[in-house]
Design a protein around this ligand. Structure first.
Ligand code: SAM
Length: 330
């Protein structure tokens, strides 16, 4: 159970009301941002960086908007102290997000300290790895609760296996993250944070033997998957082997989750189609009683699959418009 609910008073009471405002020009952005109490978040010894995103507004360029916000912060400090804090675009103490949409600006403090899809376990990769958060979403959509064995027969770098493992063994998504953005906020309480982490670590539970397994045709992919899984506490309990799915005797009554190659480039499209046809034959002949979740990176691949789908869900991410499809094999 989580007992500690940490909320930054600074964020909720002092700054939050000020951080959304109408913004019809860069001058207004500069003026409003300059008047904010930045000294409550930053000091001359701390660094900051700004990520901006602009759409449907008079200010057209994200970089320019970020630059104006930076000028405002720097000039705010110059006015009150004669000195300025520095920008560090790589590893700042404070990440700020500026979002301007329909001439309304929102300045947010990134309390994560970088995108949360970067779990930190991916040290080795393959050609088309799945984004960690997409894999996590697929595991949730599958409603797998860790009762039936789960198998990914085309596991690549093991993203689906890693996310299934983290989910069922209760490894926190940010377990490997070395620092969070909120740790740099002035009212951060290290003792409370340590307690939250201790509680989460205690909740991690061992994986029943053989519950999560995977394989891949490529030895390089298997090495990558093993290397990645080893980064997670207890991740070595997930077993991965080198094998073509055509050589698997049977996966009866198993939950099968995978994303087959989808041949993004047209020269590979035919191969992807053929492989999928072969995979469907494999499912029908050797996987009776299995529930299958296929993530297909291209809508066209959904056509001509001679299996009755229980449901299909679109999943869009990083420019890919994929589909997750559920099949129940009789
Ligand atoms: C799109 S990738 C999977 C990516 C993976 N989900 C990840 O996050 O890294 C497809 C994988 O299918 C594997 N593959 C292709 N043909 C196969 C076959 N006949 N048997 C097993 N794996 C195969 C490829 O080696 C590749 O790693």
């Amino acid at each position: 159970m989580f007992r500690v609910n940490y909320t930054s008073r600074l964020l909720t009471h002092v700054l939050a009301p000020l951080l959304t405002f109408d913004c019809h020009s860069d001058r207004y952005l500069y003026k409003t941002a300059k008047s904010l109490p930045w000294e409550q978040l930053l000091s001359l010894d701390t660094t900051f960086a700004i990520e901006a995103n602009v759409s449907g507004s008079r200010i057209k360029h994200s970089q320019f908007a970020a630059q104006r916000l930076k000028d405002a912060i720097v000039d705010h400090f110059r006015d009150i102290s004669g000195e300025r804090p520095n920008v560090d675009p790589r590893n700042p103490d404070l990440w700020l997000n500026l979002y301007i949409h329909n001439n309304k600006a929102t300045i947010s403090i990134d309390t994560s300290g970088g995108s949360l899809h970067r779990r930190g376990y991916r040290v080795a990769s393959v050609t088309a790895p799945m984004q960690e958060t997409v894999a996590a979403a697929i595991i949730r959509f599958s409603e797998w609760k860790g009762v039936r064995p789960l198998y990914d027969p085309m596991c690549g770098s093991g993203t689906l296996l890693a996310e299934a493992y983290m989910y069922v063994s209760r490894v926190p998504a940010g377990y490997l993250r070395e620092k969070f953005g909120f740790e740099r906020l002035p009212d951060f309480d290290e003792e409370i944070w340590k307690e939250v982490k201790r509680e989460c670590d205690h909740r991690i539970k061992p994986l029943p033997q053989g519950l999560i397994r995977g394989s891949d045709l490529s030895g390089i992919a298997v090495e990558a998957a093993n290397e990645n899984l080893m980064r997670l506490p207890g991740g070595e309990q997930v077993k991965v082997s080198k094998r073509a799915f055509q050589d698997i005797d049977s996966l009866k009554n198993t939950v099968i989750i995978c994303n087959p190659p989808y041949g993004l480039r047209s020269k590979n499209a035919g191969e992807a189609r053929e492989l999928l046809d072969e995979f469907v034959v494999f499912l029908k002949e050797r996987c009776s009683g299995a529930v299958v979740y296929l993530y297909l990176g291209k809508k066209e691949l959904l056509k001509d699959i001679f299996l009755q789908a229980t449901w299909k869900k679109p999943i869009n991410s990083g420019g890919l418009h994929g589909y997750l499809v559920k099949y129940e094999i009789r």
